[in-house]
Design a protein around this ligand. Structure first.
Ligand SMILES: CC(C)(COP(=O)(O)OP(=O)(O)OC[C@H]1O[C@@H](n2cnc3c(N)ncnc32)[C@H](O)[C@@H]1OP(=O)(O)O)[C@@H](O)C(=O)NCCC(=O)NCCS
Length: 141
C-alpha cells in the first residue's frame, strides 16, 4: 500500500472524495469542509488498483507544529490500509519540513486508528462541526 503527495491536478478527485465522506456521509456543511488552508496545505492521497483516489489527508504547519486533518477514506475502501498509508506519507512530508511533532483533532470513532499509528490523546472531548473530537499528538522521529 503506497500513498503520495497530491499535485494540483489531483485536486478535483481529492475534493470530491472529501465531499463524499465529510459532507454527504457525515453532514459537515460544504462551506466549512473546504477552507483557506487547502491552498497552502500539503495534500496526500492513495489510489486503488484502478487509479481512483480512495484516501486523502492534509498537513498544515501551525505555530511550528505539524497539524494533520481532513483524513478521509472512501467508505468502500476502508479497513484495507489506505488510511494508514496516507497518514504515513503525511508523517514523511512533515519530517521533510523539519517538524518534530504532529497534532490532530480526531473524531472519537477514529481514535483507535490514530492510536494504532502512535498517537496519544491529550485533554478532553469537544465538539467541532457537530462531531465529538479529541486532540491527539505523536512525536515525529
Ligand atoms: C478513520 C479512517 C481514516 C481510517 O482509514 P482506513 O483506511 O479505514 O484504516 P486502515 O485500514 O489504514 O487501518 C489502519 C489500522 O487502524 C485500524 N483502524 C482503522 N480504523 C479504526 C477505528 N475506527 N478504530 C480502531 N482502529 C481502527 C485498522 O484495524 C488497522 O489496524 P492494523 O494495522 O492492526 O491492521 C477511515 O475509516 C475514514 O475515512 N473514516 C471516515 C472519516 C473519518 O472518520 N475521518 C477521520 C477524521 S478525524
Amino acid at each position: 500500500m503506497s500513498a503520495r503527495r497530491a499535485t494540483a491536478a489531483d485536486w478535483p478527485q481529492v475534493a470530491a472524495l472529501r465531499t463524499r465522506v465529510f459532507v454527504e456521509e457525515q453532514g459537515v456543511p460544504a462551506e466549512i469542509e473546504q477552507d483557506a488552508h487547502d491552498a497552502t496545505a500539503v495534500h496526500a492521497l492513495a489510489e486503488d488498483d484502478a487509479g481512483r483516489v480512495v484516501a486523502t489527508g492534509r498537513l498544515l504547519v501551525r505555530d511550528g507544529r505539524a497539524v494533520i486533518g481532513r483524513m478521509a477514506v472512501d467508505a468502500a475502501a476502508r479497513g484495507r490500509g489506505y488510511g494508514a498509508a496516507v497518514l504515513a506519507e503525511l508523517h514523511r512530508q512533515a519530517v521533510a519540513l523539519g517538524l518534530t511533532e504532529v497534532e490532530l483533532h480526531a473524531q472519537l470513532p477514529a481514535r483507535g486508528f490514530y492510536e494504532r499509528a502512535g498517537y496519544t490523546a491529550v485533554g478532553g472531548v469537544y465538539e467541532e462541526a457537530g462531531i465529538a473530537h479529541v486532540t491527539m499528538r505523536r512525536p515525529l522521529v
